[in-house]
Design a protein around this ligand. Structure first.
Ligand code: ADP
Ligand code: MG
Length: 237
C-alpha cells in the first residue's frame, strides 16, 4: 500500500505552485520532501493532508481516494514548525486533545497518553504547561500529539526549523526512532539537505513546483538526476 499522488496541479492566481506532480510513497517509509524555499514542498504536504485542495489530480491514501476528503477523514497527524499548543492546557491535555474530541473512553485516553509521553520521554513533564518546556521538548510533545490518534500518515512541515543545530540533530534522531517504533508512513518537509540525507529512506527533490528526482540518499549522491540536484545537494556541511 502507499500514498499515491497523481498529476497534481496547483496554482495561486497565475502562479504555478505545483506542476503535474506525481509520486508514490510506499507505506511505512520515512520520506523527505526536499528543496529550496518556494519550491512547493508545503503546498504538496498540505494537499496530502487535505489542508489544501489540488486544482487537478488525485491523492489516494492506502487505497482510499482522499482527493476530496477533509483532513479529519484522512487519519493524518500534523507537526508544524511553530507548534500551536494550547497554552492553558497541560502537556498531558495537549497530547490527549485529539482523543478527547473523538470522545474516546477516559481510561483509554489516560493509558494511551501515558504511553505516548513515555515514548517521547516527557513523563515527568505531564502536568506542566507548554511554556515550561524547551523548544525541543515542545516539538516532542507535538510528535506525541500527532501520534495520539494513531494516524496512518504523519506529516511534518519543517518540524525542527526553529530549533538550534544541536537540538535539531537530536530531534532528527528522535523522529527516526519514533518512525521505526510506531508503524506510520511519514512525510516531512525540509530545505536542509543534510537533514534529509541523514534521516530519510527516500527523498523527493522539489523545485519550482516540479519533481527533480526521487531516490534514496545514496541515489541522490551517486546518481543525481540533473545539474539542479547536483548543485542543490552541493557540498553538504
Ligand atoms: P516551500 O514550502 O517549498 O517553501 P510553498 O509550497 O510554501 O513552498 O510555496 C510555493 C509557492 O507558492 C511560493 O512561491 C508561495 O509564495 C506560493 N504560495 C503558497 N501558498 C500560497 C497561497 N495561499 N497564496 C498564494 N501563494 C502561495
Ligand atoms: Mg514550506
Amino acid at each position: 500500500m502507499s500514498i499515491e499522488i497523481t498529476n497534481v496541479n496547483k496554482r495561486f492566481g497565475d502562479f504555478v505552485a505545483l506542476d503535474d506532480v506525481s509520486v508514490s510513497i510506499p507505506t511505512g517509509q520515512l520520506t523527505a520532501l526536499l528543496g529550496p524555499s518556494g519550491g512547493g514542498k508545503s503546498t504538496l504536504l498540505r494537499i496530502i493532508g487535505g489542508l489544501e485542495q489540488a486544482d487537478t489530480g488525485r491523492v489516494v491514501i492506502e487505497g482510499v481516494d482522499a482527493t476530496n476528503l477533509p483532513p479529519q477523514k484522512r487519519n493524518v497527524g500534523f507537526v508544524f514548525q511553530h507548534y500551536a499548543a494550547f497554552k492553558h492546557l497541560s502537556v498531558r491535555r495537549n497530547v490527549a486533545f485529539g482523543l478527547e474530541i473523538r470522545k474516546r473512553p477516559k481510561a483509554e485516553i489516560r493509558s494511551r497518553v501515558d504511553e505516548l509521553l513515555a515514548l517521547v520521554h516527557l513523563e515527568q513533564f505531564a502536568e506542566r504547561l507548554p511554556s515550561q518546556l524547551s523548544g525541543g521538548q515542545r516539538q516532542r510533545m507535538a510528535l506525541a500529539r500527532a501520534l495520539a490518534i494513531e494516524p496512518t500518515v504523519l506529516l511534518l512541515d519543517e518540524p525542527f526549523g526553529a530549533l538550534d543545530a544541536k537540538v535539531r540533530r537530536e530531534l532528527r534522531d528522535w523522529l527516526r526512532r519514533l518512525h521505526d517504533e510506531v508503524h506510520v508512513s511519514t512525510v516531512f518537509v525540509t530545505h536542509d539537505q543534510e537533514e534529509a540525507l541523514e534521516v530519510a529512506d527516500e527523498i523527493v527533490v522539489i523545485n519550482e513546483g516540479r519533481i527533480e528526482q526521487i531516490g534514496s540518499p545514496d541515489d541522490l549522491y551517486d546518481r543525481p538526476a540533473n545539474d539542479f540536484v547536483m548543485s542543490f545537494l552541493g557540498p553538504v556541511t
